[in-house]
Design a protein around this ligand. Structure first.
Ligand code: GLP
Length: 241
């Protein structure tokens, strides 16, 4: 694992955006695996700025997102579909037909997961998969459990994740209890993984996940086995080792 130390959140965002933009420049028709959450927002903002300056072209890029809340419509500002439009897709020249997320409005979990797996198979392995890190070590919405998951599945969100994500909703009761997420095997199939982590509140989990044992109780720990992972984290997130 390559560790890229950033001074602060802005520096982390710029460094991560640099890696993504290099990917797009080197392979204009690349497949990007994308993430949501608060951490990558600065990265997307930087990519949009470079696009506006004429330095980046998204016209041939294809994207697959990690996850989506089950039950939220695309118009719901808390849905990840909405998030991606708000922070990236709506602001660059990407072809919306080349952007994919699990369908949160599909009530039948088996159908939703099967459909997304089919899309992922057709699109092929991401050239670069962007990831954030949950406080409990989740990646995408792969929560701590007994086994590492394989493909897209419907997950019951943990109490910790519901509480952590409640900040985006009016009340905790509004946080969906389930989500569709890409599986660990699919995430691990990406050619390159770019993990962004910021803040002192993530320092413990960074240490546990990347310097502790590999266990499904800490899903991100599996990344220790990937051949090409870059962790871009700020000083605060790296403060425990
Ligand atoms: C969310 C998302 C993850 C994200 C994580 C951390 O629940 N499903 O993809 O990486 O939690 O979020 P944040 O960056 O806001 O701390």
């Amino acid at each position: 694992m390559k560790i890229c130390r950033a001074k602060d959140y802005n520096d982390m965002s710029r460094k991560a955006a640099n890696i993504i933009s290099a990917q797009i420049i080197l392979k204009p028709n690349c497949v990007l695996g994308l993430a949501t959450g608060s951490t990558p927002i600065g990265t997307y903002k930087q990519l949009v700025e470079w696009y506006e300056k004429g330095d980046l072209d998204f016209s041939e890029v294809m994207t697959v997102n990690l996850d989506e809340y089950k039950g939220l419509t695309r118009e719901n500002p808390q849905s990840y579909y909405y998030f991606m439009n708000e922070h990236l897709f709506g602001k660059v020249n990407i072809d919306k037909h080349r952007t994919f997320l699990p369908d949160g409005t599909e009530p039948d979990s088996a159908t939703a997961c099967e459909n997304y797996n089919e899309i992922l198979r057709a699109v092929g392995e991401p050239d670069l998969q962007l990831l954030g890190l949950g406080h409990n070590g989740h990646i995408g919405f792969n929560e701590p459990g007994e086994i590492f998951s394989t493909e897209t599945h419907c997950i019951d969100l943990s109490e910790q994740t519901i509480k952590a994500n409640a900040r985006f909703f009016e009340t905790e009761a509004e946080v969906p209890r389930q989500a569709y997420t890409m599986g660990i095997k699919t995430i691990m199939s990406a050619r390159r993984i770019l993990l962004v982590v910021s803040g002192e509140d993530k320092a413990d989990i960074v240490k546990t996940a990347f310097f502790g044992p590999i266990t499904p109780q800490v899903p991100a720990s599996i990344l220790q086995l990937h051949r090409n992972v870059t962790l871009v984290a700020d000083e605060a997130a790296l403060s425990k080792f």
